[in-house]
Design a protein around this ligand. Structure first.
Ligand SMILES: C[S@@+](CC[C@H](N)C(=O)[O-])C[C@H]1O[C@@H](n2cnc3c(N)ncnc32)[C@H](O)[C@@H]1O
Length: 441
C-alpha cells in the first residue's frame, strides 16, 4: 500500500524524463523521485506526496533553476484541472519530449533496437494550432460544480472557459456553466461536440434526472444545437423530444497522398478523433504509407466511423472494417457511400475485432495489411488472431506509447520489424501523443 503523507521539502535535479510527462530525479538517500511538470536538467524544490517501495511521487514547490524550454502557462487553470499538463513547455519543444518518451517505451519493451528505431522514425506531424484544437470535451457535474477532474482525483475543478476547445465549444461551455450557476444541473457527464458555429450536448447520468423540461432548457441555449440523452436514443432539438436516431456532426480531412478530400460524419456520443486538423495529417501519412505498401486486401480493426478505412479504400482493392459500436458502423457505411466508395470495395461489420479476426483466420481469409487503432488499453487480446491471419504488414495507431510498445514487442517476437514510425501531435499542451507504427515481415 502506498503511504500518503507530507514530509519536509527536498531539492532534486531532473536527469531523465519518463512516461506520462514526469521528470525523474534522486533524493539524497538515492531513492527515485518522480515529479509531474518537471523538465530535463531542472533543479527543483519538491514535496513528497506518496511513498512507494522503490520510488516516491512528489510535487514541485519551487523551480530553482528552470530549463530553457519552460514557459509561463497561458491558462490560469494549468496544474489545477488536469487538462494541459504540458502547457509549461514551449510548444515547439513539446513534441521533442513526447517523441523521446515514445522512443524510450519502444526500447524498454524491446519493440525495436535503437538502430532500427532511428531508421524508422520520421519527423513528427504537428497541426498549425497549439490551442483551440479540441472538437469535443467531457465535463463532469457532481450536482454542485461543473468542470474537469483535478489530476489523479475525482474532485471537480470548475471550468468556465477553456483554451483547448474550439471557440464554438467554448461558447457553449460558458452558457452551460451560466445555467448551472442559475438553476443547477443534475450530476452526470456533459459532453460538448463542435458542430458548425455551435455545439451538440450529449448528457449521461441518472436518466430520470434529465426531465424533458431540463433537456428543453439546455437545448434552447443559443449556443447548443440540441441535447442528446443516454447515447443518443432520445434527443431534444430545442422544440421537442425526438427518437429518430442519434444526431450527427461532420468534419473534413484532405488527403493529398491518395487524392481525396473526405467528409466524415459521426453520431453525437460515438468515438471521433478530437483534433480534426491533426487527424487529416495523420490520415494523409497513412495514405502515403499504404501507397508504398500497395495492399490488395486490408482489415481495419477498431474502425469507428470509417475514418481510416476510407483512406485505405482509396488504395486497396478491398477493405473490411470491424467495429463494436453498431451506430458507428452505420455511420461508417453512410460515410463510404458519401465518398462514392462502393460497399463491395469497403465493407463494415459490427463485432469485436478479436472474435472477427479469429473467425476470418479460421476460414482461411488473408489480408496484406491489418490496421489496428484500439482504445488506450491496446490490442493484446487481438494479437494471437493477427498471427493466424499471417499478414505481411501491421499498421498500429495508438494514443498510448506504453501499450503500443508492449504490443509491438509481442509482434517483434513473431517476426515483425519496425519499418516506419511517426508521432502525431494530436493533443497539444498535454503529454499525450498519437503514434503511427508500420511493422513488416
Ligand atoms: C481509438 S478508436 C478508433 C476509431 C477509428 N479508427 C478512428 O480513427 O476514428 C477505437 C474504436 O474501437 C472501438 N472498439 C473498442 N473495443 C473494440 C473491440 N473489441 N472490437 C472492435 N471495436 C472496438 C471503439 O468503439 C472505437 O470506435
Amino acid at each position: 500500500m502506498p503511504r500518503t503523507f507530507s514530509s519536509p521539502d527536498c531539492e532534486i535535479v531532473i536527469d531523465k524524463l519518463v512516461g506520462r510527462g514526469k521528470g525523474l530525479g534522486r533524493r539524497q538517500d538515492g531513492k527515485v523521485v518522480l515529479v509531474a511538470g518537471a523538465l530535463l536538467g531542472e533543479r527543483l524544490r519538491v514535496r513528497v506526496t506518496q511513498e512507494q517501495r522503490d520510488y516516491v511521487l512528489a510535487e514541485i514547490v519551487e523551480v530553482l533553476d528552470p530549463a530553457a524550454d519552460r514557459v509561463a502557462p497561458a491558462c490560469p487553470l494549468t496544474g489545477e484541472c488536469g487538462g494541459c499538463d504540458f502547457a509549461h513547455i514551449d510548444w515547439a519543444r513539446q513534441l521533442v519530449y513526447k517523441q523521446a518518451a515514445l522512443h524510450e517505451q519502444i526500447l524498454r519493451f524491446q519493440a525495436a533496437p535503437a538502430v532500427e528505431l532511428a531508421v524508422a522514425a520520421e519527423p513528427p506531424l504537428a497541426p498549425a494550432s497549439a490551442w483551440r484544437w479540441r472538437c469535443r470535451v467531457r465535463m463532469h457535474c457532481d450536482g454542485r460544480k461543473l468542470g474537469l477532474y483535478r489530476r489523479h482525483s475525482h474532485a471537480i475543478v470548475p471550468v468556465t472557459r477553456c483554451r483547448q476547445v474550439k471557440v464554438s465549444v467554448d461558447r457553449a461551455l460558458a452558457a452551460l456553466q451560466a445555467m448551472a450557476a442559475e438553476q443547477g444541473l443534475p450530476a452526470g457527464d456533459y459532453e460538448l461536440v463542435a458542430s458548425g458555429d455551435g455545439a451538440w450536448l450529449a448528457v449521461s447520468g441518472q436518466g430520470r434526472c434529465f426531465a424533458d423540461r431540463l433537456l428543453a432548457d439546455l437545448a434552447s441555449l443559443p449556443q447548443v444545437r440540441g441535447v442528446s440523452l443516454r447515447g443518443g436514443r432520445r434527443w431534444h432539438d430545442g422544440q421537442q423530444m425526438r427518437a429518430d436516431g442519434p444526431p450527427s456532426y461532420s468534419y473534413q480531412a484532405a488527403c493529398p497522398s491518395v487524392g481525396r478530400r473526405l467528409l466524415l460524419r459521426q453520431w453525437v456520443g460515438g468515438f471521433c478523433q478530437v483534433n480534426w486538423e491533426a487527424n487529416a495529417l495523420m490520415l494523409d501519412r497513412i495514405g502515403s504509407w499504404l501507397q508504398e505498401l500497395s495492399p490488395s486486401r486490408v482489415l481495419d480493426c477498431f474502425c469507428g466511423n470509417g475514418n481510416i478505412s476510407l483512406v485505405a479504400a482509396a488504395v486497396a482493392d478491398r477493405v473490411l472494417g470491424v467495429e463494436s459500436d453498431p451506430r458507428s458502423v452505420r455511420q461508417a457505411r453512410l460515410n463510404g457511400r458519401q465518398a462514392g466508395i462502393s460497399a463491395s470495395r469497403c465493407r463494415f461489420v459490427v463485432g469485436r475485432s478479436e472474435a472477427v479476426a479469429r473467425r476470418l483466420a479460421a476460414k482461411g481469409e488473408r489480408f496484406d495489411c491489418v490496421i489496428v487503432d484500439p482504445p488506450r488499453r491496446g490490442c493484446r487480446w487481438l494479437l494471437p488472431a493477427l498471427a493466424d491471419l499471417d499478414c505481411r504488414a501491421v499498421l498500429l495507431v495508438s494514443c498510448d506509447p506504453a501499450t503500443l510498445a508492449r504490443d509491438m514487442g509481442t509482434l517483434r517476437r513473431w517476426g515483425y520489424r519496425l519499418a516506419r514510425l511517426c508521432a502525431v501531435d494530436m493533443f497539444p499542451q498535454t503529454h499525450h501523443v498519437e503514434t503511427l507504427a508500420l511493422l513488416r515481415r
